[in-house]
Design a binder for this molecule. Sequence first.
Ligand code: M6R
Length: 611
Amino acid sequence: MCGIVGYIGYRDAYPIVIKGLHRLEYRGYDSAGVALIDKDIKVYKKAGKVSDLEEFVKGVNLHGTIGMGHTRWATHGAPSDRNSHPHSSGDRRLTIIHNGIIENYAVIKEALLAKGHVFLSDTDTEVLIHLVEDIQKETGLDIREAVRVALNKVIGAYAIVIMSSDEPDQLIAARKGSPLVIGVGEGEYFVASDATPIVEYTKNVIYLNDNEIAYIRRDDLLIKNIDNTVQTPYIHELDLKLEMLEKGGYDHFMLKEIYEQPRSIRDCMRGRIYPKIGKVQLGGIKEYTDKLKNVDRILIVACGTSWHAGLVGEYLIEEYARVPVEVEYASEFRYRNPIITERDLVIAISQSGETADTMAAIELAKEKGATIFGVCNVVGASIPRITHAGVYTHAGPEIGVASTKAFTAQVTVLTLIAFYIAQQRGTITQSKLIELLTQLNEIPELVEKALQSNDHVKEIAAKFKDSRNCLFLGRGSSFPVALEGALKLKEISYIHAEGYPAAEMKHGPIALIDEEMPVVFIATKHSSYEKVISNIQEVKARGGKVIAIVTEGDTDVKAMADYVIEIPQTDEAFVPLLATIPLQLISYHIAVMRGCNVDQPRNLAKSVTVE
Ligand code: M6R
């Protein structure tokens, strides 16, 4: 949701903090701020992007070897200068940056107002720092203890960093429900919402656990639990390269990430499939083989694009492993008293591994005794820590807010899970598995081929860039691909788009069809091909403009569609991995032509850590 970064060491803090904020800007970009300690604390903050903040502080003397910064996605209080972080205590001694939500802030605020505290913003964060101030005043505790006591009083999720001018050579960081990583250098420490601002300086990181507080000095790090017990941190080595965080010559991260898919899908399969002998190996879930053999039902929980990947997974798992699957919006799941038993398996899918709704769904399913698997991209994120087992997607950092390579990597992992379960349950023959894995192994090359349609897709995009609406239709596992195509278009180009099962069109949406309406069909030569052709004819009969994603060499659809985009021939099981590519490209080009901010669409944030 928000991005936070902190530095304490021997270098100038501001350049590190501001660069870190740029790296974290995908998490939120409606306002930004920095605080630096140089004898006392100086705070600079501004509504707008990190670049607006940079402009704002131009010419200011920004000295200090301890600093922190924040880039915000508004929850409490509209985006504005005064609601931007950092926030300070009434006496200005204390300053905080915060990612998350303090749920009981209103009650605390009321009590503090009664004691004479004056608030300058509408945020829950300012309440927290006033609470620390108040505790210090009332009890005389030092800042370390006062923060700990305050955190015991708040309900909600937080990742925070606090500075105090009373102890100006220290940062205090804490987490509960929102991620926080500490980078360990020589005589310096870094704190951030994820490792991207840190990797440039050190590969050694500590992922703070929930309810932990870190007291950080230049040459000393002490981590305690919120109940005051000392913790022994584990130092991980980052498997992240700087070039993964840069655009690498592309105009946008989204385009770079679209083009990375041959590599990311290959990485996702590496060491997991053995086509020659027809074997899938998934180390992360192998301890649960017995569970998989006897599982009654699989529930998939996820949000947004990850939910669409889950729908593809449903088709594949039911088809090959013959286990009933239900796919749930994580945000709805917990509010309808779902029936879950110990015999159920829940698969939570999340690129970021931090989505609050998905985490809440996991907690609920866990309480009811289900086994939980995670399918996540970000290593060390919260979801992989709260699930029983899981499979990482290994897509590499996804910076563009619109998910692209994360989706195809999720679909790839779910394909592997479907085959793995099928293998355990004996619902697939060895020869079929050999045949499927041989084709799956070729998918990275076929994705590369699908990407070659880019110029043609761009020409088609130019024809439809001014459309006000768009329909995406598909059947079977191409239906979730249609949903994903529609989501991509609306989130980055702000064109209203809907995804529908092609056959459902005649039950309502067909009323929308006229000469102004582009309809994108996924019409590959597979089980529903003839039926989809009928649906195309229904649209053409009403004057709609048809753009069809077809199998290479198709002539039937070509004869009736206004535009066709070919994708290589593959087994039906793998069509989602190929058909998605032109849909991503079409949205990308339309958004660029409309002058939209492709990587940071309005109102969105990469990981939604509030419910
Ligand atoms: O990190 P997650 O996969 O849990 O995020 C879920 C959704 O917020 C996300 O997929 C969102 O819909 C995409 N950014 C859309 O492109």
